[in-house]
Design a protein around this ligand. Structure first.
Ligand code: LLP
Length: 432
């Protein structure tokens, strides 16, 4: 469930008509619902309540400070992948001792920063990284908490670009090698073997790959836990969300559709995985990103032109692939609905941005209500991997972001000033 719905013919986020946000802040505009964020976090948290667990929100999905603060206030930890992300946690009031540090390319500086700040655990992706963490810890006279990221070689059944748990991928350490790696790690005096981790991919809509991976990892985790005194097992993130179909204009029944019913709910996830994890007696960590923020955000855009070629009806909007790259990058589907629902018929349309690339589109041959210049559209389920993947391509500024809380709203990221884009560029003396 999410909090974007129609009241009469007007699209609202919680108690706020989105049109008023557009009038105040312009477009392209990301709008987030605090209630959806909270609700999704709590649904997952409750489903896992039989376990001693910690949700480490994968902040790469959306690291806006207001989103982070909302989750930190709910007791969330964070899955981080860079010094920048860790600094964001600190700035947002999150606890570093509830953070894990993931990623295949941690630099010495990043390791040092995380250690000094008291990171809960490094999720280690290679043997050279283990050696590096040990070396940095020795220099700082510290003991570094580590978990090996296991690559269980289980196909997540998702898009190739977001599959991470097979031997084709750069991530983790091959299942068969993990025991040997822990044995060698145990000899490194500045490491503490705190747990074991895996993450098999993103946008999983079936529980089966999770189940397969946990069934594979659990016996190994049990064995190593006894040997090394593990505190936790982490099962990563990856819970998928409903992208298609979302709400129909004029109705609020999107969750009743067949596709929505098939979605992997926290209760299906938990009822399958809790019985496999509970006997381990370990703390269970998970790293959901998309599940928490995906449906909590929409990208609002203005229709600039409607261009009818002989073949196509192009709806040209003011948002572009630099604002939301998912359709261009993963051929992903985002439901598109008008801010003002129209009774009129539908027309097969391509919704495209102004960027000079054919990949700059949000929908192809989609049956959409007829719209014209000055109308507004909402691209739903854009809360995860939306704003964070934004760029300045074509010297377009980063979109503004607004958080809605009941009838309140606040700008949580101001629209980037155009001059900011080239602020750090200089013309060398010989060209002046
Ligand atoms: N843990 C690790 C180690 C990860 O690499 C990721 C995501 C997560 C957790 C969170 O996964 P989630 O729960 O959000 O599925 N930009 C892509 C998704 C990339 C995911 C990268 N890693 C997209 O827009 O679909």
């Amino acid at each position: 469930m999410h909090d974007f719905h129609y009241v009469g013919s007007e699209l609202y986020c919680e108690g706020v008509p989105i049109k008023t946000l557009v009038e105040r802040h312009g477009t392209p505009l990301y709008v987030y619902s605090q209630h959806t964020l909270t609700d999704h976090f709590q649904k997952l948290d409750r489903a896992l309540s039989p376990l001693n667990h910690l949700i480490c929100y994968a902040m790469k999905a959306n690291s806006n400070q207001a989103v982070m603060r909302t989750l930190a206030n709910l007791g969330s930890g964070f899955d981080t992948v860079s010094e920048g992300e860790l600094r964001r946690v600190i700035a947002a009031g999150g606890k570093v001792n509830q953070c894990v540090f993931a990623g295949v390319g941690k630099t010495e500086t990043e390791i040092e920063f995380a250690l000094r700040q008291g990171i809960y655990c490094f999720n280690v992706e290679s043997e050279p990284e283990l050696a590096r963490i040990n070396r940095v810890a020795e220099r700082l006279r510290k003991t570094a908490p580590i978990a090996v990221r296991v690559n269980p070689n289980v196909d997540a059944g998702t898009h190739a670009k977001i599959t991470t748990g097979t031997y084709e991928n750069k991530f983790g350490i091959a299942f068969e090698k993990v025991e040997g790696v822990y044995a060698r790690a145990a000899k490194l005096r500045h490491l503490r073997l705190l747990g074991i981790q895996m993450h098999i991919g993103s946008q999983l809509t079936e529980v089966a790959p999770f189940e397969k991976a946990v069934r594979k990892l659990a016996p190994l985790a049990a064995k190593l836990a006894v040997k090394y005194g593990f505190e936790f097992i982490s099962i990563g993130g990856g819970l998928g969300i409903v992208y298609q179909p979302a709400l129909e204009s004029g109705s609020q029944t999107w969750w009743k559709t067949t596709a929505a019913r098939k979605i992997l709910t926290p209760s299906i996830y938990a009822s399958t995985l809790v019985p496999l994890l509970q006997p381990l007696g370990l703390r269970v960590l998970l790293e959901p990103g998309r599940f928490i923020v995906g449906n909590a955000g929409a990208l609002i855009t203005r229709v600039e032109y409607v261009k009818r070629t002989g073949k196509k009806n192009f709806v040209i909007v003011d948002a572009a692939m630099n604002d939301l790259i998912r359709p261009a990058f993963y051929d992903s589907f985002h439901e598109i609905v008008p801010l003002q629902s129209k009774g009129s018929g539908r027309i097969a349309s391509d919704v495209v941005g102004p960027i000079c690339e054919s990949g700059d589109y949000f929908a192809k041959d989609r049956a959409l209500p007829k719209v014209g210049e000055g109308d507004h559209l909402a691209l739903l389920s854009a809360g995860a991997y939306g704003a964070v993947m934004g760029s300045n391509y074509n010297s377009r500024s980063l979109a503004a972001e607004v958080l809605v809380h009941d009838k309140d709203s606040a700008v949580v990221r101001a629209r980037q000033d155009l001059k900011e884009i080239w602020k750090h560029e200089t013309i060398p003396a010989w060209l002046r």
